[in-house]
Write a protein that binds this ligand. Sequence first.
Ligand code: SF4
Ligand code: MG
Length: 321
Amino acid sequence: TETLLEVRNLKKYYPIQKGLLGRTQGYVKAVDDISFSIKKGETFGLVGESGCGKSTTGRSLLRLIEPSSGQILFEGEDITKLSQAEMRKRRKEMQIVFQDPYSSLDPKHTVQRILEEPLIVHGVKSSAERQKTIAQLIDVVGLTKAHLSRYPHQFSGGQRQRIGIARALALKPKLIVADEPVSALDVSIQSQVINLLKDLQREFGLTYIFIAHDLSVVKHISDRVAVMYLGRIVEIATKDKLYAEPQHPYTQALLSAVPEPDPEAKRERILLKGEVPSPANAPIGCAFHTRCPAAMDICKTERPVLKETSDGHLNACHLYS
Ligand code: SF4
Ligand code: MG
């Protein structure tokens, strides 16, 4: 299958300014040199604890945040080179669904207006055409026309997320970055929204980047999964391989925390020492070495590179070099 998105050496560094003169005193390396590619129609899970840079990555891909460096090839075109005006046009094809549908939907606007806005902004001139699209959108996410005249606060969390998804679909995107789309929802509602996303993917041939903070959520939707730690990708594999044979010590620890209903498959819980260090002060060498149960001397000085260990399975760990 064709590649839809290729990310090369993406970085997002925020300068830390101190003192009266605002001199730069180092950087918060929110995203620190990550590379991956995503095929058309694929769901790519991006997982890591809060602060690991996954949301910054998601927003950088759409240039809602400007990357510090690196290339983002969308259908072969490096979109980091586009002007803001050109990027706005391109963004029709790349949409985002946010974690908290309440704060991302304007409380003063009806659902009708929320869904109509992107159509107007992107030049759908005919009102009849807009109404037709809105009627399709509301139907396709499992709501009804009667909902169009209501305001966001009149809906449940799950319904609000359906509205957020409808808005993301309005411009017929190819790629949707779903940034923890179910994390704020009750567990009983989470699977409904995930199933809706799966149905929409099949119906519209969508490609997803699905961001989550734990491995249990992405399991049901991802084809492949990348695990992030302190701004870096530490492992990428197909979902099946990642869950059956996690290679990176951090992935192994994350996975050991996932509830496993099958007692045969139960893993021993790996408890990591300490807290995640601040991205303003990431350890040199392997950023995970301060917490890694398998750390060696080399880990304190040399940064491991992400490389393929077996077919399509990549990790960044000195244990494998
Ligand atoms: Fe642990 Fe070293 Fe591998 Fe990092 S490179 S995960 S510290 S063994
Ligand atoms: Mg986040």
